[in-house]
Ligand binder design. Structure first.
Ligand code: KG4
Ligand code: ZN
Length: 343
């Protein structure tokens, strides 16, 4: 076994990102560079990511982002051991841009290609930042995904539960839009919630107490809209109170559903080394606080990558690529991009 040096490329949503990561044979890793060019401003006026705009923006900036990542790491293409790209799931235009670029580089530099599942990359990030051993419970909560996954090894993922309608990040974004707050909604709702009274509105906690760890968010979103309609026009205080009440409901839902998933794992005789929180919603302080407690109550600990590694980035793709390569897993240049690709 030797060190593995990988370039990672991420283009599945609205960040164009590239990074260089080293993985050592003992399973530890170092991020040599991590360049993220976000498109948030390109999409802000539409209140959400526009796939066509995203794909075009990836085409325009990806080459420069990769160049900067290599330069910042002080690494030439010839020194790499492999090139990893997120091959899905995601917005297909962006995925095609990233994967095709990775194939071209792999071909030109005669390096192996690793086609990484974006969700797997989120799942494995805590092994880079926290050296979390298998097995662990993953809570992935982003704008596009809400899943609880039992992770027992590389390539060994069992989805315990997921959302039957909206993702939690999406619920934050839609609530923000409804209340006239800026995109992306998560940080805006969190800021407003800090100033609000969470007890003012009684909002539902869908699926509370259900025996499988699934989520449903659309009823909560509708309840916020109905409350807002009742008291419109909204004052700043009303908006803050609605945000605080919404966030309190999300926190309760997450706590209940994660407790349920921990119970499911325990019943199967699996003792997770950690509850790993990944995805953009993991940046929320109230969410972190409650999950810290839920993990401790469940006899485990919460592991959360730093915020810049919770949201989409190239380092997580490079790292997942290195973890796969270390097990001899690489992919052919005929690998297809995938809009949908469950773990
Ligand atoms: O993982 P991510 O960067 O992109 C994907 O969706 O893959 O997650 C973005 C999502 C958005 O929905 C955003 O509103 C949410 O994460 N988010 C937050 C916070 N920061 C970002 N949600 C709640 N609180 C936050 N502080
Ligand atoms: Zn993501």
């Amino acid at each position: 076994m030797r060190d593995l040096l990988l370039l990672g490329i991420e283009t599945t949503c609205d960040e164009t990102a590239a990074a260089v990561v080293r993985r050592r044979p003992d399973g530890s890793g170092t991020i040599l560079s991590n360049v993220v060019r976000t498109q948030t401003e390109d999409h802000a006026e539409f209140g959400g990511v526009v796939p066509e705009i995203a794909a075009r923006a990836h085409v325009e900036v990806l080459d420069g982002v990769i160049e900067r990542a290599l330069r910042a790491a002080g690494v030439g293409l010839s020194e790499l051991d492999g090139i990893a790209a997120a091959a899905g799931p995601g917005l297909i235009g962006g995925v095609i841009v990233g994967l095709t670029t990775a194939k071209a580089l792999a071909l030109a530099a005669r390096k192996p290609l690793v086609a990484v599942n974006h969700l797997e990359a989120h799942a494995l990030t805590a092994r880079l930042t926290d050296k979390v051993p298998f097995p662990f419970l993953l809570l992935l909560v982003s704008g596009g995904h809400t899943q609880l996954v039992a992770v027992t090894g590389i390539g060994e993922y069992e989805k315990l539960g997921g959302t039957i309608d909206d993702a939690i990040g999406e619920a934050f974004d839609k609530t923000a839009k409804m209340l006239g707050l800026p995109y992306p909604g998560g940080p805006a709702v969190e800021r407003a919630a800090l100033k609000g009274d969470a007890s003012r509105f009684a909002l539902p906690r869908p699926l509370h107490g259900k025996p499988t760890p699934d989520f449903s968010l659309s009823g909560l979103k509708t309840a916020v809209r109905l409350e807002a309609l009742k008291i419109a026009p909204l004052s700043e205080e009303d908006i803050n109170d609605l945000c605080a009440s919404f966030q309190a409901a999300i926190v309760d839902i997450l706590a209940d559903r994660v407790r349920c998933a921990l119970r499911v794992m325990r019943e199967r005789g699996v003792k997770p080394h950690a509850l790993v929180l990944a995805g953009g919603v993991g940046a929320n302080q109230a969410v972190r606080r409650v999950l810290h407690k839920v993990a401790a109550d469940g006899g485990t600990r919460l592991a959360v990558p730093p915020p810049e590694l919770c949201t989409d980035n190239g380092a997580m793709i490079a790292w997942a690529g290195a973890e796969r390569m270390a097990r001899g897993l690489t992919d052919g240049l005929d690998t297809s991009p995938r809009a949908r690709w469950p773990l």
